[in-house]
Design a protein around this ligand. Structure first.
Ligand code: ZN
Length: 239
């Protein structure tokens, strides 16, 4: 089975459209949370993912926009964007975000946004943070998001956990127990502003990909909708 792994689309419709256009044929599309927040087009992104039958889990931004939960923990610009999204989305759209699961298992792969200890909030940036989640998992493959950094975290046969950043074209056969973070479609933070995603082949492993998109078009749309300029500018540099 082939699956497109997407995360942290963050209402960036132009980036999502570019990624969907770049995808080879896949059997499923999995999204590890933060479909909304930060960007200009939350309704359109939700509709497009629904039209493509994507399977979504909840991110902290999804939950904050849906219910207000955790909004007080956001930095001021993230909170401002989330409050705008609350205004822009309809009650039915917010209800569908509120109903997203915190964790899920699809075809023997565990999906979540942050970690298994704290699905909405914990950042798995390094091996120390990855280790408890790898230990908690009953599946050999896991997928997360939240950090906006494409990476692999693997438990070696001797029990050590290693972390590795993933660049465009990097592959892994997934022999070890592994957490895959495909990076962020809509707001990458590893200094490569191209949209990040990954292709999981359950027979063959994972390959990480980057796709260029019209960043200026997203920025124009963000300015038109009154989003904070810090959020507009960071897209061009990928931070
Ligand atoms: Zn995010």
């Amino acid at each position: 089975m082939r699956v497109a792994l997407l995360s942290d689309v963050h209402a960036n419709l132009t980036a999502l459209e570019a990624v969907l256009a770049a995808l080879p044929s896949v059997d499923e599309l999995w999204v590890m949370g933060d479909t909304v927040g930060y960007g200009p087009d939350p309704s359109e992104v939700l509709a497009l993912l629904q039209a493509r039958n994507a399977y979504l889990v909840a991110g902290n931004h999804d939950r904050a926009v849906a219910t207000g939960e955790g909004l007080e923990l956001f930095n001021p610009v993230a909170a401002e964007a989330a409050r705008l999204h609350v205004q822009w989305l309809g009650a039915d759209e917010r209800a569908s975000l509120a109903a997203l699961p915190l964790t899920a298992t699809r075809s023997g792969v565990t999906l979540f946004h942050g970690s298994l200890r704290e699905p909405l909030w914990e950042y798995v940036f390094d091996a120390a943070a990855a280790a408890p989640t790898l230990r908690l998992s009953t599946t050999a493959r896991l997928c997360c998001g939240h950090t906006h950094m494409a990476a692999l975290f693997q438990e070696l046969p001797d029990g050590r956990v290693v972390a590795r950043a993933a660049r465009d074209g990097d592959r892994d056969p997934l022999v070890a127990k592994t957490i895959i973070n495909p990076g962020s479609v809509g707001q990458p933070r590893d200094h490569d502003p191209r949209a990040a995603w990954a292709l999981l082949d359950t027979e063959d492993g994972v390959v990480f990909r980057r796709t260029a998109y019209d960043i200026a078009a997203t920025q124009e749309r963000m300015r038109a909708r009154g989003l904070p300029s810090f959020l507009v500018e960071r897209l061009a540099v990928g931070v």
